[in-house]
Structure formats: structure tokens, C-alpha cells
Design a protein around this ligand. Structure first.
Ligand code: SF4
Length: 303
């Protein structure tokens, strides 16, 4: 009942495959041009050296082994029967084409893997990669996840994102009409952003050929430049109620057909500096649902 106020990923996947489908995170040991010096060496100001990665490949676990481990864990926990291989850490289209193809082929060869979800930057896709993904999309479910974070060029410069909004729009245009599903990542609470800036991001993505959305809270991770700003009092984290209201405002302004893949992030507790409330994901989600109920609102209400 509550989920009907927005289009959630689990319901969508169940409608396609008739069973619970879970994503399994895979680490392919790739890098990021915003860290290795190609675009910048510093990376985004909120990113630590792990780049959201688990480092599993470096610890000697192949893509296949990571997927088999994930299957065992998730089949028990969620009674999942099918799985998506989620290449999450760093930029997963940022390598030579034959190397990427080996990783993707390896994942798709594992039993019950029905497709791929590939996280990357919009400045990291080539025509050759898109053609490869287009081929896979004839047989498998293929999602590409582009980080946009904000539709304000001033914010993107401030967070050292290393690409602008136009670059993102060009990547979406190049990816559309190939059978590849496009998901965009947006962060709420970026430095100096107002509510109006965040709603501008919602309206910008609403006008593009985008199939899915992941919303994240900006939280402060140890060892990042954002942490230095926070400690000097130059960055204030969102309060939980502010974040909840912003998520609801955002959902109201994006099309009802967009599949909501995430409504808040998942900090690693030992790495988190602030805000502490971000560790309580289920409470935040419950407050989002309750707020939509109280407002009697839903995804796309103001589209
Ligand atoms: S694009 Fe991703 S991996 Fe690269 S620096 Fe930014 S957050 Fe880190």
C-alpha cells in the first residue's frame, strides 16, 4: 500500500521476473578518472579512497566468486531467486573494452544472473561500450547508472565533480533508444545548495529519457575534504526531517514512471563522521512514507 506512492525497484523487478530479484554488489577493481589524474587527482570532495568499493577483487575474490557468495547470502535473507550483478565501486566503464567485456561476460555466465547494473560517470562512456551494452540488452536486463549529483554547474565545480551538466545530458542522449535502462544518482544536501537548487535538479531529470533514480543523502566520511569543511564549520549536514521533506518534494516532481531504486544512502558506520541519524535507514524510510501519507502525495504529483 505505502509503496504505491512511488514506483519502487522491487515491485518493478517482480513484475518482470515473477519473483524476488536482488542486486549483488561486485567489485571489479577499476579506477576513476577523477582520482587517477585523468580529470583530477582529488576526486569528489565527499569520496574517500575506497570510492564506495569493497576491494573484493583486490582481496582475490573473482567476479564469479563474489556473485556466488552474494547469491548464498541473499537467497537466504530475502528468498531471492534471481539476481542482478551490480558493478558499483568507482567507474565501471572505465577500462579497455576487452577487459570490461571479460568482467561483464563473467557475471552474466553465473546461474540466475538476469542482468547487469553498471555504475559509472557520464564522462566515462564511449560509443564502443554503449554498443556492447546494447548487445547484452537484447538478452539481459541492462541498467547503466550515471552519477549526476546536481544539475547545477556551480555545485558540480564546488564538489570537484570533474564534469558538467551538459556532459551528463550528452551521455543520456547517447545511451537512449538502445534498450539500455538509465538510472541517475542525485545527492541531496550538497554544500551551498538551496531547496530550489535541488528541485531544479528534479525538474532537469524529469525532462530527460531517464528510467530510474537513486537519491542519496550527503553524509560526511572520514578522511575526505568534506570532512575538513565540516570540522571548520563550513558545511552543515541536513537534519533528518529536512532530508525527509526534500525527498518527498523531489518525488513529487519526477515522472511516475521513473523507478525509484534508492531513497537514501548506506554509510559504513566506522567511516562515518556525521550525521549520526544517517545510520538509521529504516527510520528515515518510514518517515518518508509517513510524510507522503500525511501530505496525501505521490511520485509525479506536480509533474
Ligand atoms: S566519481 Fe565516484 S569514485 Fe570518482 S571521485 Fe567521484 S565519488 Fe569517487
Amino acid at each position: 500500500m505505502m509503496n504505491q506512492r512511488y514506483k519502487d525497484l522491487n515491485t518493478y523487478l517482480r513484475s518482470l521476473y515473477g519473483c524476488r530479484v536482488q542486486k549483488i554488489t561486485v567489485d571489479a577493481g577499476l579506477s576513476c578518472p577523477n582520482r587517477d589524474g585523468t580529470v583530477s587527482t582529488g576526486g569528489c570532495i565527499y569520496c574517500n579512497v575506497r570510492g564506495s568499493g569493497s576491494g573484493a577483487l583486490a582481496r582475490g575474490l573473482s567476479v564469479t566468486e563474489q556473485l556466488l557468495q552474494g547469491k548464498r547470502a541473499l537467497a537466504g535473507r530475502y528468498k531471492a531467486k534471481k539476481f542482478l550483478a551490480y558493478f558499483q565501486s568507482f567507474s565501471n566503464t572505465y577500462a579497455a573494452l576487452d577487459r570490461l567485456q571479460r568482467f561483464y561476460d563473467e557475471a552474466l555466465a553465473v546461474e540466475d544472473i538476469i542482468g547487469l547494473s553498471i555504475g559509472t560517470r557520464p564522462d566515462c562512456v564511449t560509443e564502443a561500450v554503449l554498443e556492447l551494452l546494447q548487445d547484452y540488452a537484447q538478452k539481459y536486463l541492462i541498467w547503466i547508472e550515471y552519477g549526476l549529483q546536481s544539475a547545477s554547474d556551480a555545485t558540480l565545480a564546488l564538489i570537484n565533480r570533474g564534469h558538467d551538466v551538459r556532459c551528463f545530458k550528452d551521455a543520456v542522449r547517447a545511451t537512449a533508444n538502445r534498450g539500455i535502462k538509465i538510472c541517475v544518482h542525485v545527492i541531496l544536501g550538497l554544500p551551498d545548495e538551496t531547496r530550489e537548487d535541488m528541485l531544479h535538479t528534479a525538474r532537469t531529470i524529469a525532462d530527460l529519457e531517464i528510467d530510474g533514480l537513486k537519491l542519496h543523502l550527503l553524509y560526511v566520511v572520514k578522511g575526505t575534504r568534506l570532512e575538513a569543511l565540516y570540522r571548520r564549520g563550513k558545511y552543515r549536514c541536513l537534519e533528518q526531517h529536512e532530508y525527509v521533506d526534500l525527498v518527498c518534494d523531489f518525488l513529487e516532481r519526477i515522472p511516475p514512471k521513473m523507478i525509484i531504486q534508492r531513497l537514501t544512502g548506506d554509510p559504513h558506520p566506522p567511516e562515518l563522521t556525521a550525521p549520526q541519524w544517517s545510520l538509521n535507514k529504516s527510520q528515515t524510510l518510514a518517515q518518508i512514507w509517513a510524510t507522503l501519507e500525511i501530505r496525501d502525495s505521490w511520485q509525479g504529483k506536480f509533474v
